[in-house]
Design a protein. Structure first.
Length: 182
């Protein structure tokens, strides 16, 4: 009973905080161009929900993992997940019930703009390398990867323009360093 009461109070407080656009929503015009382009594709979903437009919610950060220049070309690179966006008045409209951000993309800068590289899960750790390695949480690939759990942690490496599986992480996690470069 106490747990249910605490959960209801927590939901009520978060709902109250998120009613104010300043706390949970950011206008798309304030986002970097490549991220804004990604977010704008969700406008038809907001229209279908009867909401006026797409907004970034508090899950979005331009400095995710320190706003890295992952490919070392002097331009910022960005992470984008659908769950980082929602609709005006419903900032978490695209957040799933299971893994909140199951898949995303890494936008790598180049001379011709940005190239999206598919991220096969929710990033937990990042090692800038080279080569770039990520530890992600995602639905399991093989039943033996993590016993009977549905989600597992895996390590991927950026090779030939895409993230390729290195190994499932052991039960105590991928013991890789988390870069603090900015």
């Amino acid at each position: 009973m106490w747990h249910a009461h605490c959960m209801c109070c927590t939901i009520a407080v978060m709902t109250h905080l998120c009613l104010s656009p300043a706390h949970c929503q950011e206008s798309l015009r304030d986002l970097p161009g490549p991220v804004r382009s990604y977010a704008e594709q969700f406008a038809p979903y907001c229209t279908a929900l009867g909401r006026p437009g797409v907004v970034a919610n508090e899950m979005y950060s331009a400095s995710l993992f320190g706003a890295p220049d992952i490919n070392h070309d002097g331009e910022p690179d960005y992470f984008e997940y659908k769950c980082m966006f929602g609709c005006e008045g419903a900032p978490f409209a695209f957040t799933g019930l299971g893994l909140p951000c199951p898949f995303g993309s890494l936008l790598l800068s180049s001379g011709d703009g940005y190239r999206a590289v598919y991220i096969p899960g929710t990033i937990k750790q990042l090692d800038f390398g080279p080569p770039l390695k990520i530890a992600v949480t995602r639905p399991r690939i093989n039943r033996a990867d993590c016993d009977d759990r549905f989600v597992c942690d895996y390590m991927f490496e950026l090779r030939q323009g895409r993230f390729q599986l290195i190994t499932p992480c052991p039960m105590d996690g991928c013991k890789m360093r988390v870069s603090t470069k900015e």
